[in-house]
Ligand binder design. Structure first.
Ligand code: ADP
Ligand code: MG
Length: 645
């Protein structure tokens, strides 16, 4: 008796659907690609409930004949590929002939199609891949496909779908990519009755760039003019170096008109910004590569977003050179002005983890060599790059030790709003004193009482700490006690609150946080705020969330516990809406702050003491507990009966 048997066509379609149809956005992508391949000049996408219950794509392309329409839903039915040679040079977006078969096997579909000049159109209704109706219909030229109830017959797949707005977001991404790669097509996306995206289809790339990146970012973009090299052409729009973003979500790459995910192109783009962009920021843009069809294989994965270049190095070079030249030609790197605008109150150390921050030695703001000079250089070797890519956005700054500490920000001193306190060495380096007017003032100040610890700006001198909890300092009026944790927490809290664009650090691998149902619901309800506080977090299956980056202040090891704490707060918090973000920021600040009961070095104590005393806004922790307590000399004298009451 035979044990091996052939799968039924329906089962085979279901399996194929698993590869092609993952979520509503994959349906949208396939149908939009079909519409583009059909030569449309106008494509309208309409969705309801994130495209899960309703997704309609209308085009004005070539349409299908009454005979072809039912065949289109068969597996491996395509009009785009006939011979093996065709496969080596694919010019259309579709070619596998599986999309319609796969989509129809897990949805209910209505197809309306009419070829140009045909007297009548055709309407087909399909459920789970079976044609239920096939009739003549009056309809406009072109094709309209309505897809309903995705995965209605495969409920197991249904549960991997995310919330409607998340699915809608993915669809927006798909439409944006299509619009960027086809400026000659007018795209419209309508979500729950509202138009949320559109392009004019007039053929200028700047129009979709504007629609996708928005007015402000587009104003900060540089055109990469068509650049030929190694037999390929690169063009697009990329941001000016100072307009980098905290993550890569605004990087879009296209190969021969197809949106792709390409580490290689990403690497080349980022390499072009080397030394021109602030550490921890990433370039954004849309970069297009055109090369001979035979030099690239798009048939790597059914979703066709991955490509394989027959030779990687020339691709890297072409993208790198084109972008680098564009950046160089745009003489727009005002150094200081840039920093002030970009992050007025944010010294570089803010990008470091709490641990690094305490030891941070401010680095020169921009070590950028004039870009024009750099552009003349040969592109780096691809191999170089491959090892050089940091796995994490923020490379830990090496611990530099105290010897290097007495330096200040390079920049315009009067404009600085924050300056780490310049700690003096026993024999201060002449250079550091010279670079800092205040340091010079101090050297003229009265001789220090101990060789290492001179009186600070604030006039306070750290004596030490007790219980690894309270910092002890003195000034001319008496003793000062500072709660280390509370004070540091307050400092971080204030900084984070002042942040408009929270610096983030990308995690090496996303951390999956599992929660109880109740916690998950609480987090879900506050995702917007949590993201504002600097997390990249998305639902990830039932009661789990994937965290891809965290506020730069936070130790990455704290992710699980901080999300747990946020959930608990969210469940119990009665805070009114405007206070909720503060509440969140507070939780992060608390986690990131030095813990009581942990030994702190003298230098850290000094720095903390100085910051606390210099800033009126650090007198209480975010809970309202005091951070600082004073015991005046007079009170001490009284306690010891040195003075009369
Ligand atoms: P592929 O795109 O890989 O050929 P599909 O399953 O997506 O496979 O589509 C099958 C065929 O149906 C296409 O080759 C094309 O001939 C036809 N078709 C699909 N969508 C459209 C459309 N919007 N306009 C015209 N023809 C279409
Ligand atoms: Mg297709």
């Amino acid at each position: 008796m035979a044990i091996i048997h052939e799968l039924s066509p329906h089962l085979a379609d279901l399996i194929a659907a698993g590869e092609v149809v993952e979520r509503p956005a994959s349906v949208a992508k396939e149908l939009i690609e079909n519409a583009i391949d059909a030569g449309s000049t106008r494509i309208t996408v309409e969705i309801e409930s994130g495209g899960i219950t309703y997704l309609r794509i209308a085009d004005n392309g070539c349409g299908m004949s009454a005979e072809d329409a039912p065949i289109a839903f068969r597996r491996h039915a395509t009009s785009k590929l006939r011979t093996e040679e065709d496969l080596a040079a694919i010019g259309t977006l579709g070619f596998r002939g599986e999309a319609l078969a796969a989509i129809s096997s897990v949805t209910r579909i209505d197809l309306f199609t009419r070829q140009g000049g045909a007297l009548a159109g055709r309407h087909l209704h399909l459920e789970a891949g079976e044609i239920q109706a096939n009739e003549e219909a009056g309809c406009p030229e072109g094709t309209t496909i309505v897809v309903r109830d995705l995965f209605y017959n495969t409920p197991a797949r249904m549960k991997f779908l995310k919330k409607d707005f998340t699915e809608a977001g993915y669809i927006l991404g798909v439409v944006q990519h299509a619009a960027l790669s086809h400026p000659e097509i007018a795209f419209t996306l309508i979500r729950d009755g509202k138009q949320v995206f559109s392009t004019d289809g007039k053929g200028k790339l700047l129009a979709p760039v504007f629609s996708v990146f928005g007015k402000e970012m587009t104003a900060n973009m540089i055109e990469v003019p068509k650049t030929e090299r190694n037999g390929m052409t690169v063009y697009g729009y990329i941001v000016k170096p100072h307009a980098g973003r905290p993550n890569r979500s605004m990087q879009h790459f296209f190969v021969n008109g197809r949106y792709v995910k390409s580490r290689l192109m990403q690497a080349a783009l980022e390499e072009a910004y080397r030394n021109a962009i602030i550490t921890g920021k990433y370039p954004s843009g849309a970069v297009f590569l055109e090369l001979p069809l035979a030099a690239v294989d798009v048939n790597v994965h059914p979703a066709k977003t991955e490509v394989k270049f027959s030779q990687e190095k020339p691709v890297f070079e072409a993208v790198y050179i084109a972008c680098k030249n564009a950046i160089a030609a745009n003489d727009n790197m005002p150094r200081l002005e840039h920093r002030e605008k970009e992050a007025p109150a944010r010294p570089r150390e803010d990008h470091l983890t709490q641990e690094q921050q305490r030891f941070a030695v401010p680095a020169p703001a921009f070590s950028a060599a004039p870009a024009s000079k750099a552009a003349a250089e040969e592109p780096p070797e691809l191999e170089d790059f491959l090892v050089a890519v940091p796995p994490r956005a923020q490379k830990p700054r090496p611990h530099t030790g105290y010897a290097a500490a007495p330096r200040i920000w390079e920049g315009d001193p009067p404009k600085r709003t924050f300056r780490p306190y310049p700690v003096k060495e026993p024999a201060p380096a002449a250079q550091s004193a010279a670079s800092c007017p205040e340091a010079q003032e101090q050297s003229a100040a009265p001789a220090p009482q101990t060789p290492r610890l001179e009186p600070l700006d604030t006039g306070a001198r750290v004596i030490g700490e007790c219980f690894q909890t309270y910092l002890i300092a003195e000034d001319k009026d008496g003793l000062i006690l500072i709660d280390k944790h509370a004070a540091h927490e307050r400092i971080l809290f204030n900084k984070m609150r002042a942040e408009t664009d929270m610096p983030q650090q990308e995690l090496l691998a996303p951390v999956i946080v599992e929660l109880t149902g109740e916690e998950a619901a609480a987090i879900q309800a506050r995702l917007g705020d949590i993201r504002k506080a600097g997390f990249s977090i998305d639902p990830f299956g039932e009661n789990s969330f994937a965290v891809r980056s965290v506020p730069a202040y936070l130790d990455s090891g704290d992710v699980q516990s901080v999300i747990g704490e946020l959930a608990e707060k969210a469940m119990n918090s009665r805070a009114t809406v405007p206070d909720q973000l503060d509440d969140l920021i507070h939780t992060v600040a608390c986690k990131a702050a030095i813990k009581a009961g942990r030994a702190t070095t003298q230098m850290e104590l000094q720095d903390l003491c100085d910051r606390v005393l210099a800033d009126e806004n650090i007198r209480s922790c975010p809970h309202g507990r005091p951070t600082t307590v004073r015991l005046t000399k007079y009170e001490l004298d009284k306690l010891f009966k040195r003075v009369n009451q």
